[in-house]
Design a protein around this ligand. Structure first.
Ligand SMILES: *Cc1c(COP(=O)(O)O)cnc(C)c1O
Length: 222
């Protein structure tokens, strides 16, 4: 890529519908790179490792209006740090983790925004609820009153063609609607976190409200 980060940000922001929130996935990139993206207008950043995020956040503490999104697999022993460092956790992938986060949120007197990670198709390489598992866990999730459950997150398995990918995204959207129609008191389904550099246009077509873009903004990770 020969264009600069700020040029790429401008182009991609202009191509997204205004209803779609761009999460710039800055994992592996330095705090200077994040600062460049901030100066180009980005306020939402995604990270997938707690330690890495903690040190970058310390270096960027002067940028007080950044919203930090955790997008990686979260181990239970890092749940407390995650709540302290992040406003959003997109990758809540099982009931035990949700309950642990809920308990910690109560103790810390915060109410993090979370998405529930769902696997529309079986995928041994990813964590997340299957659709039947998620539907079965909704009553218990509805008890997690210190979490602001905002919607679903999904990542299609690798190796699908575009038609199959868009089906994954459409089925995620459909599932969110079904859950919303059940009218849970503490589960909202207004957000769909789906779409990465290779497939975000398909995700947007299927109703994504948050896209998580790394490579297309910052270049290849090494
Ligand atoms: C790394 C990562 C992204 C960004 O991926 P790109 O293909 O670089 O855009 C998005 N979502 C998750 C969960 C990730 O781990």
């Amino acid at each position: 890529m020969t264009s600069s980060i700020s040029e790429r940000i401008t182009t991609i922001c202009a191509s997204l519908p205004p209803s779609v929130r761009l999460i710039a996935v800055s994992k592996t990139f330095s705090s200077e790179v994040i600062r460049t993206a901030y100066n180009a207008g980005i306020r939402d950043f995604g990270e997938n490792r707690i330690q890495e995020a903690a040190s970058k956040q310390a270096e960027l503490h002067d940028l007080a209006d950044i919203t930090w999104h955790f997008i990686g697999h979260l181990q239970s022993n890092k749940a407390k740090k995650a709540i302290e460092l992040f406003d959003w956790i997109h990758s809540v992938d099982n009931l035990k983790l949700a309950q642990r986060l809920n308990q910690l949120a109560q103790q810390l007197e915060v109410s993090p925004h979370v998405c529930l990670q769902v696997k529309i198709l079986p995928d041994p390489h990813k964590s997340g609820w299957s659709v039947p598992e998620l539907l079965a866990d909704l009553p218990a999730l509805n008890q997690c009153k210190n979490l602001q459950i905002q919607g679903l997150m999904t990542i299609p398995p690798v190796g699908l063609n575009n038609a199959e990918i868009i089906n994954v995204f459409k089925n995620t959207h459909k599932l969110a609607k079904e859950i919303q129609e059940q009218n849970w008191s503490h589960i909202k389904m207004q957000e769909l976190s789906m779409g990465m550099s290779g497939d975000y246009q398909l995700a947007v077509q299927a109703g994504a409200t948050m896209v998580r873009l790394g490579t297309i903004l910052f270049g290849e990770r090494t």
